[in-house]
Design a protein around this ligand. Structure first.
Ligand SMILES: [Zn+2]
Ligand SMILES: [Zn+2]
Length: 258
């Protein structure tokens, strides 16, 4: 079964294509399930690279309408990719209960450290930050708000060599995923970013083989996310490559989270 639960739209301001464009692409490419997971806004503050809060209602209505219109051709799910900050607990509840989102994908770009500081993983100062980042993911998974973890190894896009903090961070993420039985996403968009030079070798920024080899030895379920920012990327060569990589790594693959 072909599926994708990591789909963006023009609303996040760094992707193109309407919800309908992605639905039509999904039907044309023979997908059976399509989950929208555009970058979620927060009600009180614009953290950038995401839809405006004022767009949220339209996003919801458009997906609800498409669900009905395409019900015989495609199962559509209404989701968001969103960061976990403990101060927004009420908001996550509102999204799930009042706005009836089918799922929230935990997509940690920013995170809150244990001491309450707000950080962005794209600008880690050292691998110490990876441990804080992983603690954030671990805490998020204990809340029950999140259906899967988008790009759980995103931290490795930083320019640092592997060290014991990396082991510790991986361990925290894997333990939390295992404990709460939450799938991890193997992200095709990291493959789209190409091969780069790092202090410890030449590799994709993410997914990082070293992380996924650890997952491979566990019972954790894994799904592939296209993380498409154009309709053509919905099921492109990088998604196929991700499938090959996951097979090679002998990961415990799932096709759906429903
Ligand atoms: Zn994005
Ligand atoms: Zn994404």
């Amino acid at each position: 079964m072909k599926t994708n639960f990591h789909t963006h739209t023009y609303r996040c301001l760094h992707a193109i294509g309407t919800e309908r464009d992605y639905v039509e692409e999904a039907v044309n490419k023979g997908l059976e399930e399509l989950g929208f997971s555009d970058h979620a806004p927060f009600p009180d503050k614009d953290y950038g690279l995401r839809m405006k809060y004022e767009e949220l209602e339209d996003y919801i209505n458009e997906i609800d309408n498409l669900k009905k219109e395409y019900e015989n051709k495609l199962r559509i799910f209404k989701g968001l990719e969103i960061e976990y900050h403990p101060c927004y607990t009420e908001y996550y509840t509102t999204l799930l209960k009042k706005f009836k989102f089918d799922y929230l994908a935990l997509g940690e770009h920013t995170y809150t450290t244990k001491s309450g500081f707000f950080r962005n993983i794209f600008f880690a100062e050292s691998t110490d930050d990876y441990v804080d980042y992983a603690c954030g993911i671990s805490e998020a998974l204990s809340t029950g708000f999140f259906t899967f973890v988008a790009h759980p190894d995103l931290m490795f896009l930083n320019d640092f060599a592997w060290d014991k903090n990396c082991d510790k961070a991986c361990d925290l993420i894997l333990c939390a995923a295992e404990k709460h039985n939450i799938p991890l996403e193997y992200n095709a968009n990291g493959l789209r970013r190409g091969i780069n030079h790092y202090p410890d070798g030449v590799r994709h920024p993410y997914p990082d083989d070293r992380f996924w080899k650890l997952v491979s030895g566990s019972k954790i379920r894994v799904l592939i996310g296209s993380d498409c920012h154009t309709p053509e990327q919905l099921r492109d060569e990088f998604v196929i490559r991700a499938e090959d990589k996951c097979a090679e790594l002998k990961l415990n693959m799932i096709e759906t989270v429903f």
